[in-house]
Design a binder for this molecule. Structure first.
Ligand code: UDP
Ligand code: UDP
Length: 456
């Protein structure tokens, strides 16, 4: 910052789940590196062990970031729901307890940032404190879709499932098969929370996105040129967010990768919270074995890591481990995904295309086999395919919709690992990502302008 303006003091409220905590922590580190004062507000207790571990490690690694533990009131939904979606609602319902904790912070706050999943709560706090509210979100396309959901749902609270295409002003149309299924069902906690967050999006001062211009040029231009909802706030693409310097994760894969030839290994991971059925895990194992390529496979068998107590052998079987021991490594637990992706031995990423994983792959030009399983992931798979970062077989369906057979998986893995033109287009995209974030790049400029605006 220059000498004329004091550095802004920014409070950031995290959401729930690693897919939402990660971008908030990265943004906190990015702001701190630009001399902003940062107060990180973490709703307590978090749902998963991974969140607790990452928050503690982050605060130890960034001692200038202030930390504020925010004890939330537990929420019990009327019927069982996704534990992370329940936590979003609990956080939003508890924000009246947060405002009094922030009135006397020193120096006074300049702005309040909140994750998209808690945007309704963030808007409330910012309004009570008279601060500008910025929302931290993922892709331009899905964030804009969420903002439009209140216009799409009927008085009964869900989107008409008989349409085949959804038109949204200013955006390319959405095939209904790519939209998260809870939107088409009555009485979903997830939809109710999202609708309140959507309304808060429209009232925000700006929407900070972990994306970059070259990844989603049409959506960003269209929304920012006023072709979307009237008076919608600006989309501020500032990604791919810089990795933070946390060294968390099982180190086992790295020495193993060191022994493998360049670009010989398929890295297989479905993020922090997606558990496949035993049958699907078996078929995936068959497919990897049949492909003939080396693989590093990270297994998750429960949505919340605290419930995940089974060993690797119990899940994939001793005979699979024995047969593939020279060709593959199967591990359970947390790995350092960014370290793995940037290892020279890794040639391809089989992914559920969670948005953080997409941006981590884009940042280094790593080709992806998109296997979207839940929620927003099919929209991301469409973007990944369109931009030349990966391939997607739409016939595989949502998680549990049908059993994707080992031979189909083997065929796609082989096709992908041998696809030189995909490798080249992914490499070019990686260069675009690097250009966006370097000094003078599109993401860098938007980030610096946002900070300048908060300093005035
Ligand atoms: N991640 C990781 N190690 C793991 C699992 C996940 O480092 O064992 C990270 C991954 O790099 C990403 C985040 O956790 O930054 C997961 O977010 P994403 O949006 O990809 O998927 P989600 O977990 O939300 O489905
Ligand atoms: N979710 C889910 N099933 C679905 C849709 C969403 O379990 O069919 C979960 C999802 O994995 C995430 C949360 O609900 O933990 C929010 O969904 P999504 O990722 O689609 O929206 P976002 O929070 O990324 O805007």
């Amino acid at each position: 910052m220059d000498n004329h303006h004091p550095s802004p003091h920014i409070a950031l409220l995290t959401g729930a789940g690693m897919g939402h905590l990660t971008p908030t922590l990265r943004l906190a580190a990015m702001l701190s590196s630009k001399n902003c004062q940062v107060t990180l507000i973490t709703p307590q207790p978090p749902v998963s062990t991974a969140e607790s571990t990452h928050i503690a490690a982050f605060l130890a690694a960034y001692p200038t970031v202030n930390s504020l533990d925010f004890q939330i009131v537990p929420y019990t939904p009327p019927k069982p729901a996704d534990p992370f979606a329940v936590q979003f609602e609990a956080i939003i319902r508890s924000v009246h307890l947060l405002t009094p904790l922030l009135t006397s912070v020193s120096p006074p706050l300049s702005a309040f940032f909140s994750d998209i999943t808690t945007a309704a709560g963030g808007h409330q706090v910012a309004e009570d404190l008279g601060l500008p509210h910025y929302v931290i979100s993922l892709s331009a396309r899905f964030t804009s879709f969420i903002a439009y959901v209140p216009y799409l749902i009927g008085s009964d609270g869900y989107i008409d499932p008989t349409e085949t295409i959804i038109q949204v002003p200013g955006l390319a149309s959405f095939d209904i098969s790519t939209i998260p299924s809870p939107f088409f069902l009555p009485n979903q906690t997830f939809t109710k929370t999202l609708v309140s967050n959507a309304r808060a999006l429209s009232k925000a001062k700006g929407i900070l996105l972990n994306t970059f211009h070259a990844f989603e040029p049409e959506t960003i231009a269209s929304v920012n040129d006023g072709k979307f909802i009237p008076n919608f706030p600006p989309l501020l693409p500032i990604g791919p967010f810089e990795p933070h310097k946390l060294e968390i994760g099982d180190h086992q894969p790295l020495p193993w990768l060191d022994q493998q030839p360049p670009k010989s290994v398929v890295y297989v991971s479905f993020g922090s919270r997606t558990a496949m059925s035993r049958d699907q895990i078996r078929e995936l194992g068959k497919g990897l074995e049949e492909s003939g390529f080396k693989f590093l496979w990270v297994l998750k068998s429960k949505i919340v890591d605290k419930d995940d107590n089974e060993g690797t052998e119990e899940i994939v079987g001793d005979s699979f481990i024995g047969r593939t021991k020279h060709n593959g490594l199967v591990i359970k637990g947390w790995v350092n995904q960014e370290k793995i992706l940037s290892h020279p031995a890794v040639g391809d990423f089989v992914s559920h295309v969670g948005w953080n994983s997409v941006m981590e792959a884009a940042a280094i030009g790593m080709p992806m086999l998109a296997w979207p399983l839940l929620g927003d992931q099919k929209v991301y798979a469409g973007l990944v395919e369109a931009v030349g970062l990966g391939v997607w077989d739409k016939s595989w369906g949502w998680l549990g919709e049908r059993l994707v057979k080992g031979e189909e998986i083997a065929k796609m893995v082989k096709k992908m690992m041998c696809d030189e033109s995909l490798r080249e287009s992914a490499r070019i995209l990686g260069e675009g990502a690097m250009n966006a974030t370097k000094v003078g790049g599109s993401s860098y400029n938007v980030f610096m302008e946002t900070i300048q605006n908060l300093s005035i």
